[in-house]
Design a protein around this ligand. Structure first.
Ligand SMILES: Nc1ncnc2c1ncn2[C@@H]1O[C@H](COP(=O)(O)OP(=O)(O)O)[C@@H](O)[C@H]1O
Ligand SMILES: [Mg+2]
Length: 273
């Protein structure tokens, strides 16, 4: 019974239910590590949810399970009420796209970045002709704040990290994805362009109704970009709720610790803008 609609609500886009991932390593004396333990949460349509926690807390493990790059040891993931294991993989990736820490790793260094754009058209359901493609590319670039002439025809190493992340976010827009899994998308780009990427996510949420799982070790960025936050520690979600509630009145000592180690929102704002 894995294909029934258990989300119970029309506006839930993604539902993770008791996700557990146990890693096993070593051939003779096997060692097991719980990357994620009983992780449950929802993401609504048009919502940015942050998953915050220190390095090694299991954030990427959760992201990889949602992206079908890792199979959960137990638990289920539903997209629009349907167990993701029942999706045709192309249909799934049409709806769920990702941005990772290292934007360059998502591009083949020997291809111009145009290649990524033309591949993205392959995932769309329509089949636009040459002129339509041009229009779509132009409007996508406008939305992500990039000038096509600065980017098209170039190789990945000729672009900045911030431009690359924008391009990847643009790719999901071009495909028409509903959910973006953004795993520490700003941690390898310099502070001055970081705010631009966060603001782009906020704008796409507002204008396109994009949902985002925003993963970060920086609770200040979680605060900036989302209304709801999940705090992860040692594979478990130890606290979740609205950013206001969790940050003004943290229940878990770990959340208090994370909060104590970041500058105030005001200082953060100064740094980001
Ligand atoms: N492929 C793997 N094999 C074994 N252990 C892993 C593997 N990937 C991650 N882990 C372990 O799982 C835990 C969570 O890792 P990860 O999900 O990458 O955390 P985060 O993204 O929060 O830094 C860590 O203890 C990490 O060492
Ligand atoms: Mg990680």
């Amino acid at each position: 019974m894995i294909n029934e609609d258990v989300t119970g609500s029309d506006d839930v886009l993604l539902k993770c239910e008791n996700l557990t991932k146990i890693y096993t390593s070593g051939l003779i004396r096997t060692k097991t590590v719980a990357g994620a333990k009983n992780v449950s949460f929802n993401i609504k349509k048009g919502e940015i949810v942050s998953l915050a926690g220190e390095s090694g807390s299991g954030k990427s493990t959760v992201a990889k399970m949602i992206l079908m790059l890792l199979r959960p040891t137990s638990g289920h993931i539903f997209l629009n009420g349907k167990d993701i294991s029942l999706y045709n993989i192309r249909d799934y990736y049409r709806q769920v796209q990702a941005v990772f820490q290292d934007p360059y790793s998502a591009f083949n260094p020997f291809y111009k970045v145009d290649h990524v754009i033309s591949r993205a058209f392959g995932l769309r359901q329509d089949n636009p002709d040459e002129d339509e493609r041009k229009e779509i590319i132009e409007s996508t670039f406008l939305s992500i704040g990039l000038n096509p002439s600065e980017v098209l025809g170039r190789y990945p190493h000729e672009l900045s990290g911030g431009q690359m992340q924008r391009l990847l976010i643009g790719r999901s827009l071009l495909i028409g994805s509903q959910l973006l899994i953004a795993d520490e998308p700003t941690s390898m780009i310099d502070a001055s362009t970081r705010a631009g990427v966060l603001n782009l996510l906020l704008r796409l949420k507002e204008k396109e109704g994009l949902s985002v799982l925003f993963i970060t070790h920086d609770i200040g960025q979680a605060q900036y970009v989302s209304e709801r936050v999940l705090i992860m520690k040692e594979g478990e979600i130890v606290e979740q709720g609205s950013v206001n509630d969790v940050f003004t009145n943290p229940n878990h000592p770990y959340t208090q610790e994370l909060l104590a180690s970041v500058p105030s929102l005001y200082e953060k704002w100064e740094e980001l803008t």
